[in-house]
Design a protein around this ligand. Structure first.
Ligand SMILES: [Fe+2]
Length: 457
């Protein structure tokens, strides 16, 4: 699949972009985009001299020799190559900040205890942008070995402005919970708001601007291992769940801005480094390839569910997945629990009690989660690790066990999600000592009553 577009925009004036950036559609497609006509070389990647005096630069998201079906790379045609910067030096998030990014997850705080956190608020007493407001809650594996992932929270009350960020450690799956973001990337702009997600692949530089809001917060899964794909549909057929055409990629849009103070902050093995430039690094005039950031509107998810009896396993709600080499086993699934109709007969309809070899980190974007009447709040989180039992709380159980089973809309006004992994997910020191841990979470289940009686059927 191939696309071509021309998109003109003005420099450094994000107000002019509005919500309506032009997008290219189609998950994983190979795109071509140029913001000056004729900026893309014809028939080759690296001519002796590129059109308009641009530099050619390739970014590879997979090994050169990865199988064609998985091979990802993009060619940029830019005003300066990305190597034009002053030396990297360590970057500290705000002085005395308790926030910290981590890319290696030991077992110091590992626990089989079910964990739940109340929302963390955007600080009012200090100005923080997306980078300085990053903090790691949990994760698995090790970025240096390209194994596992990290789960971060972000909080921001100002735009990054003349500051770009990228992670050499992994792909950023950003799940906004509050605040609309305009995300400038080397491939162009994305507008992302709550109930949308975006993925910025490893190494792609981006800058997060707050749009029509004073603050923003949300969740991030940073995938150290592989890239996200769409799940196989099996007997569902050729359509359903997240449809490929609804994934939107940016169109080329460049800034030709010199003689400014600009920062590039790069996350590398869990540490932040900063390099200064005297020009905007968003100077890509044209690009082509299949390694690019994208966004997806979660309300476009084509939800599939049981129309006869029993509760279907939550994998039916998988939006995107990163697969391990073990067939059907995910390094990381991104799963949502969207508003939908519930019609099953003779069924306990909410999620069932269970223990799982997989590990489950949940967040809530808005509303009330269907399996918890109280305590799980938008911006909060829960963690149920390998074989730690969990399920509906006592009130949900009693209510659903006695409900009249008429057709009804469930999860209306609500959107919960889950990062699910085969890897055991370890919370960080911040999550266990600084974040608002709910010490009474076990009370969701301890009051469950004994209903058993030999005389009862
Ligand atoms: Fe679960």
């Amino acid at each position: 699949m191939s696309h071509q577009t021309t998109n003109k925009c003005s420099f450094f004036d994000i107000e002019t972009y509005g919500d309506d950036f032009k997008y290219l559609q189609g998950f994983g497609s190979t795109f071509s985009s140029e913001s000056l006509e004729g900026a893309l070389p014809v028939g080759q990647n690296c001519p002796q001299k590129c059109p308009y005096g641009l530099y050619a630069e390739q970014i590879s998201g997979t090994a050169f020799t990865a199988p064609r079906v998985r091979n990802q790379r993009t060619w940029f045609y830019r005003i300066r190559p990305s190597v034009v910067h002053y030396p990297f030096h360590p970057h500290r998030q705000k002085e005395n900040s308790v926030r910290k990014v981590v890319s290696e997850f030991g077992s110091e705080y590992a626990t089989p205890q079910q964990l739940r956190w109340l929302p963390t608020q955007v600080p009012k007493e200090e100005e923080i942008d997306f980078v300085d407001g990053l903090t790691t809650m949990a994760g698995a594996g090790n970025a240096a070995h390209k194994s596992g992932f990290a789960i971060h929270m972000y909080h921001a009350n100002k735009s990054m402005n003349k500051r770009a960020f990228c992670s050499a450690d992994g792909d950023f799956l950003i799940v906004p919970q509050s605040g609309k973001l305009h995300i400038q990337t080397e491939c162009g702009w994305l507008s992302v708001r709550p109930k949308e997600i975006c993925v910025v692949p490893r190494g792609i530089r981006f800058s997060v601007q707050l749009k029509e809001c004073d603050s923003a917060s949300g969740y991030i899964a940073e995938l150290f291992e592989g890239h996200f794909t769409l799940p196989d549909l099996g007997p569902i057929g050729a359509n359903g769940l997240a449809n490929p055409r609804d994934f939107c990629y940016p169109t080329a849009c460049y800034e030709d801005v010199d003689d400014i103070e600009y920062e590039v902050i790069q996350k590398y093995q869990g540490k932040l480094f900063c390099a200064n430039t005297d020009h905007s690094v968003f100077d890509v005039v044209a690009w082509h390839g299949n390694y690019a950031p994208y966004k997806y509107n979660l309300t476009l998810f084509n939800t599939i569910n049981s129309v006869s009896f029993d509760h279907i396993d939550p994998c039916i709600f998988t939006v995107i997945t990163a697969q391990s080499n073990d067939p059907g086993v995910a390094v990381l699934d991104f799963v949502i629990f969207p508003p939908r109709h519930s019609v099953q007969e003779n069924t306990f309809r909410p999620p069932y009690f269970h223990r799982n070899t997989m590990n489950e980190f949940m967040g809530l974007i808005e509303g009330k989660y269907e399996a918890k009447q109280t305590g799980f709040l938008p911006g909060g989180a829960s963690l149920h690790n390998c074989m730690s039992p969990h399920g509906p709380d006592r009130d949900t159980f009693e209510k659903a066990s006695n409900a009249e089973l008429v057709a009804e809309k469930v999860a209306g006004g609500s959107l919960a999600f889950m990062f699910e992994s085969t890897y055991m997910i370890n919370p960080t020191e911040w999550a266990m000592t600084q974040a608002p841990l709910d010490k009474e979470y076990h009370q969701a289940w301890v009051p469950l009553e004994k209903h058993f009686s030999k005389d009862r059927k």
